[in-house]
Design a protein around this ligand. Structure first.
Ligand code: HEM
Length: 291
C-alpha cells in the first residue's frame, strides 16, 4: 500500500501510480533547461559574466513556463485533450522553480546584503514588480495540491489562483522595464497571455464557443500587440513607430509576435467552428449544457 502511495509521488506518474507518458515528456522538458545551463557552466561555455547570464536565463525560463501554464486551458480547448490539465501544475511549479533560482542568484549577486535588497525593492519599480509576482507565485505553488483545494474550498482556491494573471502582468512589467533592444519574446508572451485572459473572460461570459467572437478576439489582440510593440520600441529606443509596424510585413527575419497572436485566435476559432459543426450533426442533445 505504502509503495503505491510513494509511486504516485513521482512527477511522471498519474494518481493511480502508473507512468503517464505525457507527464514524463513534460517533466523531461521542464528539467532540460536546468541541465543545459548546468552543462554549459561546467564546460565554461555559459556566459562571459556567468552570474548575470544566470539571472537572465533563469528569468527567461521562469517567464516561459509561467506562460505555458497559462496556455494550458486554451490549449485544452483547441486540442480537446482534457488530460492536458494534469501537466498544468507541473508547468506552474517549474515556473516557480526557475523564479526561485532567479531570486537566489539575484541575492547572491547582491552579496545577500539585506538592506541593499530592501532599498532596491522600494527604489526600483522592476524589482518591486518582480517581488510581488514572486510572492503570488509562491502562494500559488504552496496551495496547488489536493491539500490546498481541501483547505481553501474549490471556489476560494479558484479565486486565489486567478491571481496568476495579475502576477503574469507584473512579471511582464518587470521584464519590459529591463529589455531594451530585443523585446520580441516578451511581446510574444505578453500577446499570448492577453489572449489567455481574453479567453478566460469569454468563457466566463459563456461566449467561448462562438467562433466569430474568438476570431475577433484574436484579430483585436494581434493589432494591439503590433501597436504595443511599436510603441514600446518608440519609447525605449526612439525608433519610428511606423518602421516597427512595417516590420510586421517583412517575413525574411522572424515572424513578428502579432502574427502568432492572430494564429492563436484563428486556431481557437477554427476549433470552435468544428465543435459547433459536430454538435449540429449529432443534434442539439450533444451540446453540453452550461454548469
Ligand atoms: C524577487 C523577484 C525578482 C527579482 C529580485 C528579480 C531581479 C532581476 C534582475 C536584477 C534582473 C536583471 C539582470 C541583469 O542585470 O541583466 C532580472 C532580469 C530578468 N527577470 Fe527578474 N527578478 C524577479 C522576479 C522575476 C520574475 C517573477 C520573472 C518572470 C516570471 C522574472 C523574469 C526576468 C527576466 C526574463 C529577466 C531578463 C530580462 C532581460 O532580458 O534583460 N524575474 N530580474
Amino acid at each position: 500500500m505504502s509503495s503505491i502511495r510513494l509511486s504516485t509521488l513521482a512527477p511522471w506518474t498519474d494518481r493511480a501510480g502508473r507512468v503517464s507518458w505525457l507527464k514524463l515528456a513534460v517533466f523531461v522538458a521542464c528539467v532540460a533547461p536546468a541541465v543545459w545551463i548546468a552543462l554549459r557552466l561546467h564546460c565554461g561555455t555559459f556566459h562571459p559574466a556567468p552570474v548575470r547570464g544566470l539571472i537572465r536565463e533563469t528569468g527567461d525560463w521562469a517567464m516561459r513556463f509561467m506562460a505555458l501554464s497559462l496556455a494550458v486551458t486554451p490549449l485544452r480547448y483547441v486540442t480537446r485533450q482534457n488530460r492536458l490539465v494534469i501537466v498544468r501544475r507541473m508547468l506552474g511549479l517549474t515556473g516557480l522553480f526557475y523564479t526561485l533560482a532567479h531570486l537566489a542568484i539575484y541575492m547572491f549577486d547582491r552579496s545577500f546584503n539585506l538592506w541593499w535588497m530592501i532599498l532596491e525593492l522600494f527604489w526600483r519599480i522592476y524589482i518591486s514588480a518582480g517581488w510581488v509576482a514572486t510572492v503570488v507565485f509562491i502562494v500559488m505553488g504552496v496551495t496547488s495540491n489536493d491539500w490546498g483545494i481541501r483547505r481553501l474550498g474549490s471556489a476560494t482556491w479558484n479565486r486565489w489562483h486567478a491571481w496568476a494573471y495579475p502576477a503574469a502582468f507584473l512579471s511582464l512589467l518587470h521584464i519590459f522595464i529591463l529589455v531594451r533592444l530585443d523585446a520580441f519574446e516578451a511581446t510574444l508572451i505578453g500577446g499570448l497571455c492577453a489572449f489567455a485572459v481574453g479567453f478566460r473572460l469569454l468563457r466566463r461570459a459563456g461566449r467561448a464557443e462562438r467562433p466569430w467572437t474568438l476570431l475577433l478576439l484574436g484579430v483585436g489582440l494581434a493589432l494591439a500587440t503590433a501597436v504595443f510593440e511599436a510603441w514600446f520600441y518608440r519609447f525605449a529606443t526612439r525608433v519610428d513607430m511606423m518602421r516597427v509596424l512595417e516590420a510586421n510585413f517583412d517575413f525574411s527575419y522572424r515572424i513578428r509576435p502579432a502574427w502568432w497572436v492572430l494564429a492563436a485566435g484563428c486556431a481557437m476559432a477554427a476549433s470552435a467552428m468544428l465543435r459547433v459543426g459536430s454538435w449540429r450533426m449529432r443534434g442539439a442533445a450533444a451540446r453540453p449544457q452550461p454548469q
